[in-house]
Design a protein around this ligand. Sequence first.
Ligand SMILES: C[S@@+](CC[C@H](N)C(=O)[O-])C[C@H]1O[C@@H](n2cnc3c(N)ncnc32)[C@H](O)[C@@H]1O
Length: 318
Amino acid sequence: MKSFKDFMKERVKEYYSSTKIGRDFFTAPELDRAFGMALSDHLYQLIHDMSSPALLELGGGNGSLAYDILSTFKSKYPNIYPHLTYYIYESSPYLLALQKERLKEFEGKVFWTCELIPLEGVIFSNEFFDCLPVHVVKDGKELYVDNGKELWGPISDERISLFLERMNYKDKNHVIEVCLECLDFLKAISQHLLKGYHLLIDYGYTSNEMHRYVEGTVVGYKSHKVVKDIVKEAPPFDITVMVNFSAVVEYGKEVGLKTVYLNNLRDFLISSPSFLEELERLSLSQDSEDIERLSRLKTMLVSMGDRFKVLVQEKVSS
Ligand SMILES: C[S@@+](CC[C@H](N)C(=O)[O-])C[C@H]1O[C@@H](n2cnc3c(N)ncnc32)[C@H](O)[C@@H]1O
């Protein structure tokens, strides 16, 4: 018998050890390069006054986001590009090899790391925190998995109970996901940020929105379809869970990360000049590829726009 958290960790690790992003689901950078262009505009605002800024991306996927950000900085922000260093933190050797291939033209500009490194700049991610494994709890019990069956047992870690108390989650009928690894990551991010920001993009909820997810938010994906029974399904498949943004804000305060921005992805994208320029240019074009790209940008704004949030936290002394 293992905790659901250990089960999820195993499945996610196995999944990313052999699967390219796009086979079972699309992320925004895989939909269109305008996402990376928009993110670059915002990153520029955060680092433009630093002399040698670094960008550290958590979970680089196929390398598309890094490619789009480095391309945008090179063409649009040539003042800062020569002083910029880009790092990717990645645990999957399979995806790391794809990233190296994709980013060949940025050799000497981009580096890989299997641990966080101290830096001035921004540590950021898109759809990274939703991969981190969660403890699933309900009414004082925790979910375990045993040979394809779900069982409820004792809470395995006292930090889970402290979390529920601190976040004031008292509803006995509500399935609550507790991501202790997210909190550990947050602490490590703060410790490694000498100066700068943490920027997190993911789908998620705040405590005020939790009532929409009484049964929890864990989902499995295989071939662009939702997996019906996660504990019985044959691997590999992806398991994700929505990010609890209120917890990231609350625990961020404790480790010296002050929230300076929390908004939905749509507002974040349309406040980027590059994204707006792309939208306008594509909507005036008759070219078939441009028409397809316009439809992908609309998908990003409409179907991801509200589900995804963007959080920016500034490193302050804790
Ligand atoms: C859903 S993909 C997102 C990829 C990319 N950011 C994008 O938007 O296309 C998750 C990425 O995080 C990586 N990852 C997942 N868990 C990780 C962990 N514990 N440590 C490091 N990387 C991890 C995966 O290998 C993969 O590259």
